[in-house]
Design a binder for this molecule. Structure first.
Ligand SMILES: [Zn+2]
Length: 199
């Protein structure tokens, strides 16, 4: 399982990259659009804000956690093995739901991944708001690897050459505290964060 710290780290690194690349929540008119939903983490670009359920966002039919005044998001199975008895939506349910949300409102509704776990992703629902400022960008320090000095997530391979080059002059520090979680070898690749069509 991915621990909460790793999941947060993956989300922050994704947020940083999304901001650098100018990613924005994706407007979904058709199921196929969902495959391109960006991973924004907690980052919200300027011109967008999180939608609340009570501003005309229809709730999923069997969604028990949708509280009117709260920010709208849905939990979706990303393993392909979920079924409709589980709390997370299946991809098939999402594929029907997301375009229906856009059809139901005059707002420009956007979708993005807030958090990606091993088997589920949390998809945030956003609305376009010209007055909204960007927010939620993690600090550079939070996303910079303490070992190689570049920006990558705990699940991505550290750049060994970069590490050697950076540290060749301080071999003595080799045994300093090593409280980094051992994440190498986990069977989760970044590519799995994008949702595969489960149908
Ligand atoms: Zn590194």
């Amino acid at each position: 399982m991915l621990g909460p710290e790793t999941i947060k780290n993956m989300s922050d690194v994704a947020a940083w990259r999304a901001a650098e690349e100018g990613e924005e929540p994706l407007i979904v008119w058709h199921e196929r659009d969902l495959h391109h939903a960006p991973f924004l983490g907690d980052y919200i670009p300027a011109g967008w804000r999180r939608a609340r359920w009570d501003e005309g966002i229809p709730k999923p039919s069997r969604w028990v956690y949708a509280i009117d005044h709260e920010e709208a998001c849905v939990e979706v199975d990303s393993s392909g093995f979920g079924d409709d008895r589980e709390p997370a939506m299946t991809y098939t349910e999402l594929a029907a739901y997301a375009p229906a949300v856009q059809e139901a409102t005059d707002l420009d509704v956007g979708w993005a991944i807030i958090e990606a776990g091993q088997f589920q992703v949390v998809l945030g629902i956003y609305v376009r708001d010209e007055a909204a400022q960007a927010k939620g960008l993690p600090s550079e320090a939070d996303v910079t690897c303490g070992e190689c000095g570049t920006i990558h997530s705990d699940l991505e391979e550290c750049d060994e050459d970069g590490y050697d080059a950076l540290h060749e002059d301080d071999e003595d520090d080799e045994d300093e505290e090593d409280d980094q979680p051992e994440t190498r070898g986990l069977p989760v690749a970044v590519g799995q964060m994008t949702m595969e069509d489960a149908s």
